[in-house]
Design a protein around this ligand. Structure first.
Ligand code: PLP
Length: 406
């Protein structure tokens, strides 16, 4: 996988004379030249609006925009491209579900289940339903290893459960949840219970097949999988999406408007009001082509190798404590840790002197940190361009931190 590094222009640049050691791909990934070229190509050569123009460059923009939808659908195993709704990212995809599915469908007597390891984007909307609708929220907690016990589902899922909203991969613990198994159990316990999978940390890193999973909705973000920021996807089963009211109003999401009535567009356009992020779709289309070219099994294999190496090296640092599963095979390419009483912000600041980029804080998963009874954590995360020498640099940097602050 080392060969891919040449495809990422930012890795060929130095900052203050030093190379970039980028270990924050869980926050956002770097972008390969192929994605930059695809987006630049749109702006430079055919930057017209979609669906509206009866002229060549507009028709080309429409065709590239819809071709991206088709390739993204294939990438996640969706049956039809119409089930792919373009959004601004995972947050907006889940918010869309909150407004268009949950508010009209969920009643005071219903229950929603989520997990303690969720990013706020898949936690806060369901928590808010307890306030706006009086819904009961059950929170599935992890064992000491940071993993969910599937036996808990027997008590969590009842006839009253309307939705299980869970992440495929934790952005802090790194835990990879066995989504297909979980959904299989849930549907046996209550076939009417829908399952929303937050795939923000799965879609970039492993092969996804929404049909095999048996999911009802999944959400993910372009910028974590080599694509541009401000763009993402909500996938849903067609009959569910068709049954949901529109989310935003505006152009292109309507078929007809009269003085007293409006006929909304069909899927997916009824959820995509206004001029969309055309370059975003084209960029994500190029990103999924790039990832498919590498092969998602190879992507995952590289991630396990780097994570395994990092787990070994970091465990050798005295006083450093890693959260989440011990085995690389059970986790994504992310390692959150604490170092005794050292403040993570101080750690990150010292590492930054050598251009080593890590993330510190709660990583938008504050309930998880409270559950683990820890304050902020430092987090190093990896992707296809991460090499073992990046991990070596991190380890050296952490020894330097200890010398300076310890
Ligand atoms: N879900 C998970 C698991 C994440 O890691 C993130 C971002 O870090 C999100 C949701 C939110 O993604 P975005 O900010 O792209 O909407």
């Amino acid at each position: 996988m080392r060969l891919v590094r040449k495809d990422f222009p930012i890795l060929n640049r130095h900052i203050d004379g030093k190379p970039l050691i980028y270990l924050d791909s869980t926050a956002t990934s770097l972008k390969p030249q192929m994605v930059l070229d695809a987006m630049d190509g749109y702006y430079a050569s055919y930057s017209a609006n979609v669906f509206r123009g009866i002229y060549k460059i507009s028709e080309r923009a429409t065709s590239c925009y819809e071709s991206a939808r088709e390739r993204i659908a294939r990438f996640i195993g969706a049956k039809k491209k119409d089930e792919i709704i373009f959004t601004r990212g995972t947050d907006e995809s889940i918010s869309l579900l909150y407004y268009s599915w949950a508010l009209p469908h969920v009643k005071a007597d219903d229950t929603i289940v989520t997990t303690i390891m969720e990013h706020h984007s898949n936690f806060v909307p369901w928590q808010q339903l307890t306030k706006s609708k009086g819904v009961t929220l059950k929170i599935w907690t992890t064992d000491a290893n940071g993993e969910l016990n599937l036996k808990d589902l027997d008590s969590l899922i009842t006839r009253k459960t309307k939705l299980l909203a869970l992440t495929a991969v934790s952005n802090v613990l790194g835990t990879v949840n066995p989504i297909q198994k979980i959904i299989g159990i849930v549907k046996k316990l209550n076939p009417a219970c829908l399952v929303l999978v937050d795939a923000a940390q799965a879609a970039p890193h492993m092969a996804i097949d929404v049909q095999a999973w048996g999911a009802d909705f999944i959400a993910f973000s372009s910028h974590k999988m080599l694509g541009p920021t401000g763009f993402g996807v909500l996938w849903g089963r067609r009959e569910l999406l068709e049954d949901m009211p529109v989310f935003n109003f505006g152009g292109d999401m309507i078929k007809e408007v009269h003085r007293d009535s409006t006929v909304f567009a069909d899927l997916p356009h009824k959820f995509e009001a206004g001029t969309p992020h055309i370059a975003g779709a084209i960029g994500l289309g190029a990103a999924v082509d790039y990832l498919s070219g590498l092969g998602m099994d190879a992507v995952r294999e590289h991630e396990i190798e780097i994570t395994s190496y990092a787990l070994g090296k970091l465990s050798e640092i005295r006083g450093l404590s890693i959260v989440g599963p011990r085995e690389a095979i059970c986790r994504g390419g992310v390692i959150a840790f604490t170092m005794g009483g050292l403040h993570p912000h101080d750690i990150a600041q010292i590492l930054d002197e050598d251009n080593i980029c890590i993330r510190v804080g709660f990583h938008c998963a504050q309930p998880l940190h409270e559950y683990l009874s820890i304050g902020a954590t430092a987090r190093a995360s990896f992707y296809i361009y991460t090499q073992k020498t990046d991990i070596d640099a991190l380890v050296l940097g952490l020894h330097r931190v200890k010398k300076l602050l310890g």
